[in-house]
Write a protein that binds this ligand. Structure first.
Ligand SMILES: [Zn+2]
Length: 185
């Protein structure tokens, strides 16, 4: 890349350092023309195109914030949320695209959230997929039950989920809420 001081078209890397989590690399560069030094930070590009058309960098924090509300009162820790956001990021990165639709990001959250907590999943899905009737909840619960029956390790009685699901139905999801940012769009 060119030198930010004299715009010389080339620069030499004098030092490279990877961040502790391995997600970014800092390079110390020197311009062969004016000999001044500058730093570049390299990171694998991943951005999200919101419904409004605005593009912003993918952020695990936004995923956590979007999901936290659905997890209120549920046995889900901050660590669980961090792991979920990491899984979402990994899944999105494996698509190979540098730019993703916010809707795709939301859909990617659903799978790991369902594994984490079914009630939180129902809450999130009800807002995200704009459930507007009891039938929507019913069909979501039916598919959760089918999944659970297919899972030999299921331990919780399905009745508990139905009771929680009914309570979830009393929530009033705001259809204008942007689940990824937590701000009205
Ligand atoms: Zn220069």
């Amino acid at each position: 890349m060119h030198c930010p001081f004299c715009r010389h078209g080339d620069s030499r890397v004098v030092d490279s350092r990877t961040s502790d989590d391995g997600s970014t690399i800092r390079r110390r560069r020197q311009c062969p023309e004016c000999l001044r030094r500058f730093t570049t930070i390299e990171t694998a590009s991943l951005s999200v195109v919101k419904r409004s058309g605005v593009t912003e960098p993918f952020s695990r924090e936004k995923i956590v914030n979007g999901v936290r509300k659905a997890c209120q009162g549920r046995p889900v820790s901050e660590d669980d949320l961090a792991v979920l956001a990491q899984r979402v990021e990994e899944t999105l990165r494996t698509t190979g695209s540098a730019e993703l639709d916010a809707h795709e990001v939301g859909l990617t959250i659903l799978g790991p959230l369902r594994e984490l907590d079914e009630v939180a999943y129902l809450r999130f899905a009800s807002v995200y997929q704009a459930f507007d009737s009891l039938e929507d909840f019913e069909s979501a619960i039916t598919s959760l039950r089918a999944r659970r029956e297919a899972d030999a390790d299921a331990v919780e009685p399905a009745a508990a989920l139905a009771a929680e699901g009914a309570r979830t139905g009393a929530m009033e999801p705001d259809p204008d809420q942007d689940v990824l940012s937590g701000h009205p769009s």
